[in-house]
Design a protein around this ligand. Structure first.
Ligand SMILES: *[C@@H]1O[C@H](CO)[C@@H](O)[C@H](O)[C@H]1NC(C)=O
Ligand SMILES: *[C@@H]1O[C@H](CO)[C@@H](O)[C@H](O)[C@H]1NC(C)=O
Length: 204
């Protein structure tokens, strides 16, 4: 009896700790506008909006924090899918299916690595390379072909994984570009400021 009570208390405690973290944070007005401007371009607005809200840490989140969140979600989805494919591969015996899934395994390994780079480039404000790297991920994803089914799944489970990855790449491109363009004016004024500094230096 004592043991059961112990289990009950532990379960209640676990729920108590977990529930506040499961609840989605509600975005404030300007943050929701930002989210809208990212998701409006998405082929699945609802999913885009839901994914962001699930990972939002505060009601007021600026573009840079949103972009960081989106890159982190992309990393998580890519690495989760990599593990998912690894688990499927362990049970597959058919040669052709194995070849197909191995290609996808490599694709998601690359997607994970590139998005880790993207997040680093973002941290270092290397926006040019960041945008280039993001656009390379959409080409790489195309190599993971999913036009075959596998038992016990009726449909290839990677169809949905790829769809979500594509949407995350799209979201990354849109918010990444917004960050880059939002800072382009700052960057150019800095450059022209330097130019005039050197001009003065040379003419003096
Ligand atoms: C995002 O996806 C939409 C819908 O598929 C597409 O029209 C748009 O061009 C994409 N944007 C980018 C930056 O890839
Ligand atoms: C551009 O960079 C500045 C300084 O690093 C930053 O404060 C600002 O939020 C950035 N703009 C956008 C749109 O992210």
């Amino acid at each position: 009896m004592k043991f059961l009570r112990h289990v009950f208390v532990m379960a209640a405690l676990a729920l108590y700790i977990l529930i506040p973290r499961i609840e989605a944070v509600k975005a404030d007005g300007p943050t929701q506008e930002l989210i809208n401007s990212i998701c409006i371009e998405s082929e699945d607005y609802e999913l885009c909006n839901k994914i962001i809200h699930k990972n939002l840490k505060a009601p007021a989140t600026n573009l840079k924090d949103l972009t960081y969140i989106i890159f982190s979600i992309a990393i998580e989805h890519a690495s989760d899918t990599y593990i998912f494919i690894g688990n499927i591969l362990r049970e597959l015996t058919d040669h052709e299916e194995r070849v197909g899934f191995n290609i996808c395994l490599n694709v998601y390994s690359e997607e994970t690595a590139i998005f880790l780079d993207v997040r680093n480039e973002f941290r270092h404000k290397d926006y040019e390379r960041m945008i280039l790297d993001i656009s390379s991920t959409i080409e790489i994803l195309k190599n993971c072909r999913v036009d075959f089914g596998i038992p016990p799944y009726m449909e290839n489970p990677l169809i949905e994984k790829n769809r979500v990855m594509k949407i995350l790449i799209n979201m990354s491109t849109v918010s990444g570009r917004m960050v880059k363009n939002g800072n382009a004016s700052l960057l150019s004024s800095l450059v022209s400021g330097l130019d005039s500094f050197f001009f003065q230096y040379l003419t003096n």
